[in-house]
Design a protein around this ligand. Structure first.
Ligand code: ADP
Length: 486
């Protein structure tokens, strides 16, 4: 049964309101492409209202700013309780609107509630230093919340990204205006309702659905927004940094794309490496920025690996993501499906060997078969551009030296992985890979404690870990002259 859709309006100042223009837009389920709701479409006027509410909630005398840091932590824990209470509903809604497998949505929700509790425990541990300055001075630093933060979300992990970004900002004591992705507007609203129920004061969390040009640009160009945290394409990431520079030097955190290399050495345990490599690129239908989309396999095991990889891909069960036994669901929308199919055609045209998959499944919804290409070379488009779909590209290499250079030969630098039993190879790879996250004999390790982010064009700043609260804080240095005589 389809989950109930309880909220479709904008959430501003703890109230549900229509867009000023009265406009709405349709949202779909990727399973069959049918419309499941019409959602209020925010634009500049609505962003202005939401930012004013967030600004008022940030005033020095506001309820939020007067709250003890420990009480802020308790409120966040209350929110975690409510997320856990409603987990089943949130998982179903996420799967319905996004096409995410139920199991993956469960994993994300569990990880998110761990994240909330991790950050809740940090709220009263944000502290400055006392500094031994020269002369008769008493000097110390205060770490203070930066102000109103604009949080712009992608569609591939709506709940996880919402929680991750909002919680970090609130832990620091900021207030937020969230702009969810237009493809997946629903779960953000369900989460907003839980902030209200938990007792967060009006204006602390605001959610304005809408499109990139419109709601998104109004937020990035707003002079009262102190910081933007964005997850999405590198192209839009660059626009956001430009907007920040143009208006008020907003602080910016960017989590962008990737073209991540996964290296399989001759001594790897193939029983682990084959499924891990497959999950690394077919997981969430390949719609993950850290997808292992360049799979480098050493020449001694290349043929055997390819055989097993094809076998694995052929046995993946495709179906409705809301059914628990499904292993592979749809792409998020028709546009993304066409884009991925276009890359598959390019792969064929440029001479890669298509060994399985490559086609749309059925005529309803946006399903693509798990696809395996062998004989891929570095200059092919499928080895260079981010596909964001279920396409495994297998490349051959001979030595670690060689593969390190080839793996690093990209503008991206989000993740990298290696399977080997040789500790020296693993450590050399970890040292030299140009990526924000390196995984050894595994792929995809996400925990609230572990910083995540990219080198090069994969981003700016880190999410997760204690340090990621810092970009939501300003450091204030206070120096006080001490009397010469006492
Ligand atoms: P994708 O290509 O995966 O849809 P985008 O980078 O286009 O990713 O979008 C990610 C998020 O950024 C979405 O919430 C989208 O509405 C928003 N967005 C898109 N363009 C802009 C823009 N110019 N300024 C601000 N936000 C934008």
């Amino acid at each position: 049964m389809a989950p109930e859709i309880k909220y479709t309006k904008l959430f501003i100042n703890n109230e549900w309101v229509d867009a000023k223009s009265g406009k709405t837009f349709a949202t779909y389920t990727p399973h069959d492409g049918s419309v499941i709701a019409h959602v209020a479409e925010g634009d500049k006027a609505d962003i202005d209202l939401a930012v004013s509410a967030a600004k008022a909630a940030f005033h020095r005398n506001s309820e939020w700013r007067l709250l003890d840091a420990s009480a802020r932590g308790r409120l966040l824990n209350k929110f975690a309780d409510l997320v856990e209470r409603d987990a089943q509903y949130l998982v179903e809604l996420e799967s319905y609107n996004n096409g995410m497998l139920l199991n993956l949505a469960v994993h994300f929700i569990q990880n998110s509630s761990r994240s909330i509790r991790y950050y809740a425990s940090l709220a009263d541990k944000i502290q400055g230093d006392t500094i031994p300055a020269d002369g008769d001075l008493f000097s110390y630093t205060l770490k203070q919340p930066i102000g109103v933060c604009g949080l712009i979300l992608p569609w591939n992990g709506p709940i996880a990204m919402f929680i991750n970004k909002v919680i970090t900002a609130l832990t620091a004591g900021c207030t937020v205006v969230v702009k969810p992705a237009e493809q997946t507007p629903l779960t953000a609203l369900a989460l907003a309702a839980l902030f209200k129920e938990a007792g967060f004061p009006p204006g602390v969390v605001n959610v304005v659905n809408g499109f990139g040009p419109g709601a998104g640009t109004s937020l990035t160009h707003h002079p009262d927004v102190a910081k933007i945290s964005f997850t999405g394409s590198a192209e839009v990431g660059k626009l956001i940094q430009q907007a920040a520079g143009k208006v008020n030097l907003k602080r910016v955190t960017l989590e962008l794309g990737g073209k991540s290399p996964l290296v399989i050495m001759n001594d790897a345990d193939l029983n682990v490496a084959v499924p891990c490599a497959a999950n690394g690129v077919f997981g969430h239908q390949g719609q993950i920025c850290i997808a292992a989309s360049r799979l480098f396999v050493q020449s001694g095991i290349y043929d055997e690996f390819v055989k097993r990889a094809v076998e694995f891909a052929k046995n993946i069960k495709i179906g409705n993501p809301t059914e628990p036994t499904t292993q592979h669901g749809p792409q998020v929308d028709g546009e993304m499906m066409e884009k991925v199919l276009g890359y598959i055609e390019k792969g064929k045209r440029e001479g890669a060997k298509l060994l399985t998959g490559g086609k749309r499944v059925g005529t309803k919804g946006f399903y693509i078969e798990p696809t395996v290409f062998a004989g891929v070379t570095d200059e092919m488009t499928i080895a260079k551009e981010e596909i964001f779909g279920p396409v495994q590209s297998i490349l051959k290499f001979d030595t670690l030296e060689e593969v390190l250079d080839r793996a690093n030969n990209t503008n991206y630098g989000l993740a990298a992985g290696i399977f080997t039993k040789d500790i020296n190879n693993a450590l050399q790879f970890a040292k030299h890979a140009e990526a924000g996250n390196v995984w050894v004999n595994t792929y995809f390790v996400f925990q609230p404690q572990l910083p995540f982010g990219g080198f090069k064009e994969s981003g700016l700043g880190r999410e997760n870990g204690i340090a990621c609260v810092e970009p939501y804080l300003e450091v204030k240095t206070v120096a006080i002259t001490l009397p010469k005589k006492f």
